[in-house]
Write a protein that binds this ligand. Structure first.
Ligand SMILES: *Cc1c(COP(=O)(O)O)cnc(C)c1O
Length: 417
């Protein structure tokens, strides 16, 4: 017997042992062990690396078996890839183990996760309170789509707890925010907002991309549902789109699964395999990225070409103490506000030699973005100003390159401004 990994136990998944039992076996593992082994399902070949079950359907031994599975499918009984697939299930179970959530549902992209969760939880007449500083597409769903179906949305400054208190009403059903806001890196206190929301029975829905599943303790701090764009740190190497919704088993199976099954935003098995392999190294990558991010924030503090450098993990950040307490790290993104606006920001971007100009984040490769002209171009000047998206603002997603090389590249580009 080789402990929790012995083949008869892992193989037991195929013998009808439930996923819940699988999780009981692994719950005392520490994070890095979970990231390498949780959720693994081996075929009859006992492969070491997780298999890609690139199939949309599954064969039934008998007509009776098909009938029984359509009445109620067991945790390792699959029907159709829109409903579930063994490789996708490996990803769901591994990310649930990392997050400390009871259950998870994988989606085709981060936005499929955000939109499906909101739509499956809300109906006409419901009220939502959301932080104003949001990823552009999240803002579109809240501002432009939900209202078409009679859902009312109020926006607040997410860092101001009094605004949450004033906006949350007895009929508020959902509160929604990004733990660390994109791109200005303000941090929301999950516990404080959750306490207010739970008083009126509202569910707390957190888009946790910037906080990452490595540093986040969102569920422990009161979030009911946590969403990730897996496209970011979970893949971490810029290969595939994906998303995931995490929450209680009841919520995932009764609210999310029926909606996902019938509306079609499923993750492909190939993407799930990319994400499963991404999870193996996410803790190593994200910690290295956060380490470099802090070193970069330190190196640019007070630089003559900057109005400010923003990093939630740096002692100069207004919310530094709360960030340390809630996350233990400032994450992997630094923002630089360059003096003299857009032209100076463009000169900075064009002078970078290692850091790429692109718009992904959480990647192994460092990436710089000019939000005002790309990701947040759609916003009015007034909205940009309200959110602190100045013409000189650069969002820097720190990769896993050598820290000193990155600092030299960034300081060199600042010189060229
Ligand atoms: C990228 C991102 C999304 C959307 O994810 P996709 O995988 O691109 O659909 C949602 N929220 C935040 C905070 C993001 O950074």
């Amino acid at each position: 017997m080789r402990g929790p990994l012995s083949l008869d136990r892992v193989g037991g998944f195929f013998m009808g042992v439930t996923c819940a039992k699988g999780r009981e076996m692994t719950q005392d593992w520490n994070t890095r062990t979970k990231l390498v082994h949780s959720g693994t399902r081996r075929s009859q070949y006992n492969e070491v690396s997780e298999a890609i079950f690139l199939t949309q359907g599954f064969v039934y031994e008998t007509a009776e078996q098909a009938e029984a599975r359509f009445i109620e499918a067991g945790p390792d009984e699959f029907i159709y890839a829109r409903y579930g697939n063994p490789t996708v299930a490996m990803f769901e179970e591994r990310i649930a183990a990392l997050e400390g959530a009871e259950d998870a549902f994988a989606t085709a992209s981060g936005m499929a996760a955000v939109s499906s969760t909101l739509i499956s939880m809300l109906r006409a007449g419901d009220h939502v309170v959301a932080a104003r500083a949001l990823f552009g597409s999240c803002l579109y769903v809240l501002e432009e789509i939900l209202c078409r179906y009679g859902v009312e949305v109020s926006f607040v400054d997410g860092t101001d707890i009094d605004q949450w208190r004033a906006a949350i009403r007895d009929d508020t059903k959902v509160v929604f925010f990004e733990t660390i806001a994109n791109p200005t890196l303000e941090v929301i206190d999950i516990q404080a907002v959750s306490d207010l929301a739970h008083k009126v029975g509202a569910a707390v829905l957190v888009d946790n991309v910037f906080a990452t599943p490595v540093f986040s303790k969102a569920i422990e701090q009161g979030a009911d549902v946590v969403i990730y764009s897996a496209t970011k740190h979970i893949d971490g190497q810029g290969r595939a789109l994906g998303g995931v919704i995490l929450g209680s088993r009841e919520f995932i199976r009764k609210t999310i699964e029926p909606y996902m099954k019938h509306t079609g935003g499923a993750m492909s098995p190939f993407s799930a395999w990319v994400m499963v392999k991404g999870l193996e190294t996410i803790d190593l990558r994200v910690r290295a990225q956060a380490h470099s991010a802090l070193a970069i924030a330190d190196a640019v503090q007070g630089h003559e070409k900057l109005l400010r450098g923003i990093y939630p993990g740096h002692k100069s950040h207004a919310q530094h103490d709360m960030v340390q307490k809630n996350l233990g790290s400032g994450g992997t993104v630094v923002a630089l506000d360059i003096k003299d606006g857009k032209d100076a920001a463009f000169r900075f971007l064009n002078a970078l030699e290692i850091v790429l100009i692109s718009n992904n984040l959480g990647d192994a490769k460092s990436i710089a973005t000019h939000p005002a002209t790309t990701t947040h171009q759609r916003l009015s000047d007034e909205q940009k100003e309200q959110l602190g998206i100045t013409p000189g603002l650069i969002r820097l997603s720190v990769g896993i390159e050598d820290t000193q090389d990155l600092i030299a590249d960034i300081l060199g580009a600042l010189d060229a401004v």
